[in-house]
Ligand binder design. Structure first.
Ligand code: AMP
Ligand code: GLY
Length: 422
C-alpha cells in the first residue's frame, strides 16, 4: 500500500516514521525533508501533481495551508482517499472569527469575546474588557497572530502590531489554567481521541518570551483524567463533528479553567510538535485507523498507547522565532539515537558537501520515552546534549508542568489518606 504524507516538518517526519513501521506500506512525502527521506521517498511538486504521479492508496495532510486551500475537496473529487477536513470545515482554523462564532452558536465553551473589523472599533471594544486581554488576528498567522496585553499601553501596541494582518480581530477575555492539546481523528460521524499532549509555546523557560510554533511537547495519559477527556469529547469534539461533518484531525487547544475546559482555538490538523511524542508513544498500528477515517468507518476503532510518557524537546536556530541564519552544520544525531532517542527533523537540509545543516527556525524534535515522566525528560535531554549546531537553543523545562501536577496530586492523596491535613 502506498501512503503519501504532505508536508516537510517535524510533525510529518514523525508521521512517516510511525507509518513506516506498519507492514506492507511504502511511504512517500511531498515535499519531505532529509529526516523523512530516511523512511520515505520524497517527491517535489504540488500535492495534486505528486498524487497523480504516485497514485497513493491513502494521503495524509500535515500542515493547515493546503487544507485551507481545499486540497481535500480536490482529492475527493477524484475519488482519492485522503485524511483531512474539507475546505469549509478548515475555516475552523483558517478564520478565528468563524471559529468563535461557531463556538457561540454550538454552545462550545470558550472565552468571552467580541469581533471587530477595524482599528477604531477595536479601540472602542477594548473598553469592555479588563486586563490582561487577548488580541487575535483573524487569519492564519503561523502562531504569531495572538497577543496577550497586560495593560492599555500593551493593548495599543498590540493593535498596531496586528494592524498589518488585515484589521479583523477577535478580542477576548484572558483565561487562566493549564493548556492541553486534545486531538481526535474523525470520519464525519465518529471521533477517536488521541492521547492528551501539552505544548510549550513560549520561546523561553517558564513560559517567558514571545510565542513560537511550539518549543516542545509531551504525551502522557496523566495530563487529563478519564472524566475530563469524556467531558471534552462530549462538549467540544462530538458537537463539532456532528455540526460540520468533520473529517481528519480535529485539534482543540484548551484551557483547563476552574470552570471546566474552554476552547482557545481549533486547528484542523495534527499539532507540531505534539505529533512527535504522540507518534512515539502510540502502540497501535496507525494505518488501519487512518484508512477507516478516510473511508468513513471509524466506529469501534480504538488506539492503544505505551504506558510511559514520551517527551519531545525542540532545538531551534539562534534568533527563532525572529530572524535566524540557516546553514549551520548539525552534529550528533547518530549519537543521540544510539542512546535510545528518536530525532525528528524539521528545518534541515543537506549541503552540497553532503553535510546535514540547519534550514529553518525549528530544526529538530528530540524525542524519548521513559517508564515515568522524569525518566522520559532525562532521556530526552541526555539526547539533546549529544547534538550540536551553532547557536542551538532549546527550553530546559519541557514537561516540568507535568512533574509539578504529579507532585500536587500525590500531596493531595497523602493528606486525604491521613484523613486530615497535618
Ligand atoms: P491560539 O493561537 O488562539 O491558541 O493562541 C496562542 C496562545 O495564546 C495560546 O496557546 C495561549 O497560550 C494564549 N492564549 C490564547 N487565547 C488565550 C486566552 N483567552 N487566555 C489566555 N491565554 C490565551
Ligand atoms: N503546537 C501548536 C500547533 O500545532 O498549532
Amino acid at each position: 500500500m502506498k501512503i503519501l504524507v504532505i508536508g516537510s516538518g517535524g510533525r510529518e517526519h514523525a508521521l512517516c516514521w510511525k507509518l513506516a513501521q506498519s507492514a506492507g506500506v511504502e511511504i512517500f512525502a511531498a515535499p519531505g525533508n532529509p529526516g523523512m527521506a530516511r523512511v520515505a521517498t520524497c517527491a517535489a511538486g504540488q500535492p495534486f501533481e505528486v498524487a497523480e504521479r504516485i497514485r497513493p492508496d491513502l494521503t495524509v495532510v500535515g500542515p493547515e495551508a493546503p487544507l485551507v486551500r481545499g486540497v481535500v475537496d480536490e482529492f475527493r473529487a477524484r475519488g482519492w482517499r485522503i485524511v483531512g477536513p474539507a475546505r469549509d470545515a478548515a475555516q475552523l482554523e483558517g478564520s478565528k472569527i468563524f471559529a468563535k462564532n461557531f463556538f457561540r452558536q454550538s454552545g462550545i465553551p470558550t472565552a468571552e469575546f467580541v469581533t471587530v473589523e477595524n482599528h477604531e472599533d477595536a479601540r472602542k471594544a477594548l473598553q469592555r474588557f479588563g486586563y490582561p486581554v487577548v488580541l487575535k488576528a483573524d487569519g492564519l498567522a503561523a502562531g504569531k497572530g495572538v497577543i496577550v496585553a497586560r495593560d492599555r499601553a500593551e493593548a495599543e501596541a498590540g493593535l498596531a502590531a496586528l494592524a498589518g494582518m488585515g484589521g479583523r480581530l477577535v478580542i477576548e477575555e484572558f483565561l487562566t489554567g493549564e493548556e492541553v492539546s486534545f486531538i481526535a481523528l474523525c470520519d464525519g460521524r465518529d471521533a477517536v481521541p488521541l492521547a492528551p499532549t501539552q505544548d510549550h509555546k513560549a520561546v523561553f523557560d517558564g513560559d517567558c518570551g514571545p510565542n513560537t510554533g511550539g518549543m516542545g511537547a509531551y504525551c502522557d495519559s496523566a495530563i487529563l483524567d478519564p472524566a475530563q477527556s469524556r467531558d471534552i469529547l462530549e462538549r467540544v469534539i462530538y458537537p463539532t463533528v456532528e455540526r460540520t461533518r468533520f473529517t481528519g484531525f480535529l485539534y482543540a487547544g484548551l484551557m483547563m479553567t476552574a470552570a471546566g475546559p474552554k476552547v482557545l482555538e481549533f486547528n484542523v490538523r495534527l499539532g507540531d510538535p505534539e505529533t512527535q511524542p504522540l507518534m512515539h508513544r502510540m502502540e497501535s498500528d496507525f494505518v488501519p485507523a487512518l484508512m477507516a477515517a478516510a473511508e468513513g468507518h471509524l466506529a469501534g476503532t480504538g488506539l492503544a498507547w505505551r504506558a510511559g510518557p514520551s517527551v519531545c524537546v525542540v532545538m531551534a536556530s539562534a534568533g527563532y522565532p525572529g530572524a535566524y541564519e540557516p546553514g549551520k552544520p548539525i552534529h550528533g544525531i547518530a549519537e543521540a539515537e544510539a542512546d535510545g532517542a528518536t530525532v525528528f527533523q524539521a528545518g534541515t537540509r543537506i549541503a552540497a558537501n553532503g553535510q546535514l545543516e540547519t534550514a529553518g527556525g525549528r530544526v529538530l524534535g528530540v524525542t524519548a520515552a521513559g517508564a515515568d515522566l522524569q525518566a522520559a525528560i532525562d532521556a530526552a535531554y541526555r539526547a539533546v546534549h549529544e547534538i550540536r549546531f551553532e547557536g542551538a537553543h532549546y527550553r530546559t523545562d519541557i514537561a516540568a508542568k507535568g512533574l509539578r501536577r504529579a507532585r500536587k496530586k500525590s500531596a493531595v492523596r497523602e493528606t486525604t489518606g491521613r484523613g486530615k491535613v497535618v
